[in-house]
Design a protein around this ligand. Structure first.
Ligand code: ADP
Ligand code: MG
Length: 481
């Protein structure tokens, strides 16, 4: 008897990312999202006879940057090819794409699964232009066409069939979205269609080497839907196999209203797109120097930063993953670590009070940068037990950001410094023991765990100013009398 654990899912993803260029891949039309329909459609976009496309160099650079960040090798001798097919929103009757020479070859992107890090192998990344948009929901009877999007530069990133669960696909697309945003080559906004994904899914018996017949779920427009569509398909393909059916090679679509996929068409054998080199576009060649010049502009990447921080700052996996989520946060964290070696404390402040502050209205990094030396001083005061953390984060942090000022001066003026004067602490200890005679009895009878309660009480009446180590010592002394 077979069951679902007998099977292995095999998934390959094709991710389309719109490049964040100002203008289209082969003409000066704006790529702006949300413009009035059919307002960015020059004769070149429309493919009128006699027009000549001209390649946008920025788009080529962006594709190369993405390839370098993924460890791909970069093709030096490139040409664009026409991929011929008919579609209502494809005004030229062909799409300009790359065929035998994708600009980026191979490479891999690491994801962090619960079983550890896994490298997802890429097959290629190629450049192509986007089609226009068919709008089906404005009219009962007609389809409207908006060609603004036609000609927008895309990279298509194609993985090897090496993903094995919906969760892995989810992590991978999340990582790609983070990466394109990090590099600034695509805004990654899936709800606006800047990043879209087709998922190819098959199943096979575990241990089997051959690939099974695949289905392709087209145009998934959120990471959640990618996961749901794959989960649904794996289950469906197993059902078909278990009940003796045959899996058809199909193109399917995802219906988010019931979390299910449905067939759009049975895929015939390979489509014949009659590819040929675009005669209006000269082949383009890249030199090693130009590739190296681009490599030099690559920002430090999250995965590399994580490794480095783990190693040099001795931070946990959790901390380094959290701290490499966004570029502004990374820049600020790095700045702090240049001013102080209290790496773990800085990490805690970044992920605690600083993040909480940044979520507030009108908060921003400009203010944090202005207060930077004082922030470092504040952390130092806590680390040297001159200030209690909750007093520092709740009572002083905001003050030094609103008005950059020395936290030491502020704490002194407001009597917030942790007291290490034993007279003062002795006084608080005395008050606490007076207040809880029955607890003192219990402690003396052997309930030593009550020390925590006494320390807490001292902290409370001193409003956080009593150095907890000193108060513990004094309390223990007094209770032993
Ligand atoms: P096409 O261009 O016809 O869509 P490709 O061979 O370029 O086909 O593959 C597209 C994607 O499908 C790739 O990500 C590839 O890894 C994946 N893929 C191909 N065959 C299978 C299969 N049997 N099961 C799962 N994924 C597959
Ligand atoms: Mg495909």
């Amino acid at each position: 008897m077979t069951n679902s654990s007998t099977y292995e899912a095999v998934i390959g993803l094709e991710i389309h990312a719109q490049l964040a260029t100002q203008s289209k891949l082969f003409c000066g039309d704006a790529t702006l999202f949300g413009a009035a329909p059919n307002t960015h459609i020059s004769p070149i976009t429309l493919g009128h006879p006699g027009t000549l496309p001209k390649t946008n160099q920025k788009a080529i650079e962006y594709a190369i940057l993405m390839g370098l960040a993924c460890g791909c090798s970069i093709e030096k001798n490139n040409y664009f090819a026409r991929k011929n097919y008919f579609y209502p929103d494809l005004p030229k009757g062909y799409q300009i794409s790359q065929h035998t020479t994708p600009i980026c070859i191979g490479g891999a992107v690491a994801i962090k699964t619960t079983d550890g890090e896994k490298n997802i192998q890429l097959n290629r990344i190629h450049l192509e232009e986007d089609a226009g948009k068919s709008i089906h929901d404005l009219s009962e009877t007609d389809t409207y066409i908006d060609l603004n999007r036609a000609g927008t530069p895309l990279i298509e990133l194609v993985t090897e069939p090496c993903l094995h669960s919906a969760e892995e696909a989810f992590l991978f697309v999340t990582e790609i979205r983070k990466l394109v945003r990090w590099l600034g080559v695509c805004d990654g906004n899936m709800e606006e269609g800047s990043l879209r994904c087709d998922a190819n899914i098959s199943i096979r018996l575990k241990g089997e080497k051959h690939l099974g017949t695949r289905v392709e779920v087209k145009n998934l427009n959120s990471i959640r839907n990618i996961k749901k569509a794959i989960e649904f398909e794996i289950e469906r393909l197993i059902q078909i196999t278990e009940t003796g059916g045959t899996i058809l090679q199909q193109t399917r679509s995802f219906d988010a209203s019931n979390d299910a996929t449905f067939s759009i068409r049975d895929k015939e054998d390979a489509n014949d797109y009659r590819y040929f080199p675009d005669p209006d576009l000269a082949p383009f060649h890249l030199t090693q120097e130009s590739i190296e010049a681009l490599r030099a502009t690559l920002p430090a990447l999250p995965n590399a930063l994580q490794k480095q921080w783990k190693h040099t700052f001795n931070l946990s996996d959790y901390d380094v993953v959290q701290l490499s989520e966004n570029k502004e946060e990374v820049a600020f964290f790095i700045r702090m670590t240049q001013l102080s070696k209290r790496y773990k404390a800085i990490a805690n402040w970044m992920l605690g009070p600083i993040r909480a502050y940044l979520n507030e209205p009108n908060a921003g990094y400009e203010k944090l940068y202005l207060a930077l030396p004082y922030l470092v001083e504040l952390i130092e005061l806590v680390e040297t037990n001159q200030l209690n953390f909750s007093v520092a984060s709740n009572k002083i942090f905001k003050e030094i950001i609103t008005l950059p000022q020395s936290p030491l001066a502020f704490a002194t003026a407001h009597h917030l410094l942790q007291s290490s004067s034993s007279d003062e602490i002795e006084n608080w200890v005395h008050q606490v023991l007076e207040k809880h005679p029955e607890k003192v009895m219990e402690y003396k009878k052997g309930k030593k765990g009550l020390i925590g309660l006494f320390v807490g009480e001292v902290k409370k009446i001193s409003q956080g100013k009593a150095d907890p180590k000193l108060s513990t010592e004094l309390l223990e002394q007094k209770l032993a009398e």
